[in-house]
Write a protein that binds this ligand. Sequence first.
Ligand code: NAD
Ligand code: TYD
Length: 348
Amino acid sequence: MNLLITGGAGFIGSHVVRRFVTQYPNYNIVNLDNLTYAGNLENIKDIDQLPNYSFVKGDITDLDQMRSVINEKEIDGVIHLAAESHVDRSITDPLIFVRTNLIGTSNLLQACKEAWKDNWEGKLFYHVSTDEVYGSLELDHSMFTETTAYDPRSPYSASKAGSDHMVRAFYHTYHMPVVISNCSNNYGPNHFPEKLIPLFINNIINRKPLPVYGSGENVRDWLYVEDHARAIDVIFHKGSHGDTYNIGGHNEWSNIDLIKTLCRVMDEKLGRSNGESEQLITYVKDRAGHDMRYAIDASKLQNELGWTPSLQFEEGISKTIDWYLNNKEWLANVTDGSYQEYYKKQYQ
Ligand code: NAD
Ligand code: TYD
């Protein structure tokens, strides 16, 4: 198996690459990533010397480059994670999301279709998507299932929804073997400090304000990133072609409760007095079009493929905070931008 993983220098992609490189030494893993601001090869430094791993600096919006890589590396399988992923950035610059998420995914599908010449034996295109395509729930007990109608509301979720539709179109029109998963919010090591949890960990360390959007009542369902990587492994190997699987943590938190928990645990770990970090909480203007609540019903994945989350949130958040406290250099390089200079020079 020659397996192409896109976006493997990013947050979730790096955990997926590590899992596949170490669990499947007989697979050749090609990590293709364009090293945008979110891509950092430090994230996979521990495994980049293994003989079944290689890296290609590549841009999924470049169709010819995707054609060359898929042909030259004789790719049989794709796990596609490369994307623009931050809602706030999508509000500021929606078109890069259309380019990367919608056009980039369509390029990859087209390049695979041409290389595989409509002979689908032993081939698979796995598209990693988000629960945000389903829209926003009320503050009640409803949940997203695989049959919930798409209702994306941000440029990010709309571009991901569009990419999901293209993947399904290639399945129905050309019979390309595909599988899609839609996952809830991830957290864990190597998460870029623009997203809620790593940003707030960094700000607490540095005693900077914690900007809570709106009332802080918005709810997210949090999953530890290694549990997501394990779900992707299960779905890649056992999922039914043409099918969709929701992945979630059964772990809903309002932002404000989550932030207060972060403050409490970090005060303990940093030896600060109880309540010190909570004083950093600052309510700010709400995000435009802020989705109120996401919640995933992952029972299909549990019943059909036997996957459940392995980590309780208390353990996961403690491990995550410890990782950031033990990797201050990673955090400093990412926040001051020096990580980009280093790899830019190497891959010019
Ligand atoms: P991330 O922003 O940390 O990483 C994205 C990676 O894609 C980076 O390494 C970046 O360099 C690369 N990339 C961006 N544009 C590219 C291009 N044109 N060509 C090649 N590579 C490019 O994102 P993440 O949080 O790790 O998310 C990975 C995937 O999982 C995304 O598809 C996202 O939609 C999905 N997802 C994320 C979450 C979450 O909570 N973070 C939840 C569900 C699904
Ligand atoms: P985020 O990590 O950006 O993920 P997503 O928007 O994809 O769910 O945000 C998680 C929640 O935290 C979301 O409701 C927005 C909120 N949030 C803040 O209140 N302040 C912040 O500085 C950030 C980045 C997010």
